[in-house]
Design a protein around this ligand. Sequence first.
Ligand code: GTR
Length: 436
Amino acid sequence: MTRACWMAPKTWLTAMALGWLAPVGVVAAPQPANLDEAKVPTYELPDPLVDSAGRRVADAAGWRARRAELLELATREMYGRSPLGRPEGMHFVVTAEDPRALGGRATRREVTVQFGRAADAPRMRLLVYLPNHVAGPRPAFVGLNFTGNHATTDDPAVAVAEDTVYPETARARPRGKTLELKARGSESERWQVARVIDRGYATATAWYYDLCPDRVEGMEQNVATLAAAGSTEGRAPDAWGAVAVWAWGLSRALDYLETEPRVDARRVLVHGHSRLGKAAVWAAATDERFAGLIANNSGCGGAALSKRFLGETVGLINHRFPHWFSRSFRRYDDREADLPFDQHQVLALVAPRPLYVASAAEDLWADPKGEYLALAAAGPVYALLGQPSLGAAPMPPVGQPIATTAMGYHVRTGRHDITAYDWDRFLDFADGALAR
Ligand code: GTR
């Protein structure tokens, strides 16, 4: 399973479509993925503005009640309940600071968020850059990264944590310096720190493994040790999965940013790519302190509609990543029609806050069209709350972003990734959405 994660994306797509990668000895293999738009089944999307008793939501107060109902549904049936809030004794330790980072353009701070009083409590290491050329509290982006903070920037001073280097493959590769040096900056294209700083935004990130290692045993490690919610298979059906643990960590990052005078904590956008896009979606849905959401190529369990059964499906995701969602979500494996909600309603939980969804044309696994349709179907909630939605606009062509000050979307050329093109769109959207 792990080895498969490092296949070339094309091989992945073919393998998944043909159903080759089902692990043996687990439950029956899910149906292979469909990548053909013509084979999307007929489906019905539940209306976010009609409650479980069939009553139509008429105003903002009515939406609060409906929102609570939808949040409970998505919690119980999909992401699972978080057993933790802000941990007792949580504190922040600044481990490094440089007021002249990135050639003087930024202040870099490395902060350990200690999830308890004890020095050996589980922790998350946060890397923060604050722009120097603009005064006053700045809006910010916060998101988790895949391979360690040092991978998100070429800045040579960022600490390389021993355990952050391609952990799943490190066993098969020589450990040590060469690997670390190779990893430094290896995701800098995806983070565009200088670009973000130059536009006047602060940016913060942490490595997602600090919160919950991305493997079945991860559900009993790190943050999970604070909660004793159970192992991947031993959890209560509605107990949290890894995506919810990662989302919880994003809220803790925001706790830190609330203490930073150079950040405007009321203007922090949470963002994420792929599985970390799913985590960002859930963080924005559950924590209304986030000013908005940017979900990049987040696919199944993120922005994409499950009921389209195109690309990654509920059955495939639960089969390959049994720790990501609650155990209760498995009852919808290959039964997407039975889902009492869909991802447009999870996105609607972000309303009226700014919401941007981004897709990549070749990333069929994440179902670009399903991502757009979910965003569009959240629109009526935005409209009800007095925000400009995308209305009935059809999915825009590749390379032609559409946005209002509340909702935005683009599909770019190319593969599953985050690029400078994506960041330019996110920054343009943030300028409009967070303007004061
Ligand atoms: C894939 C997974 C997707 C997406 C992606 C990623 O293997 O099927 O849901 O999360 O990984 O995170 O890059």
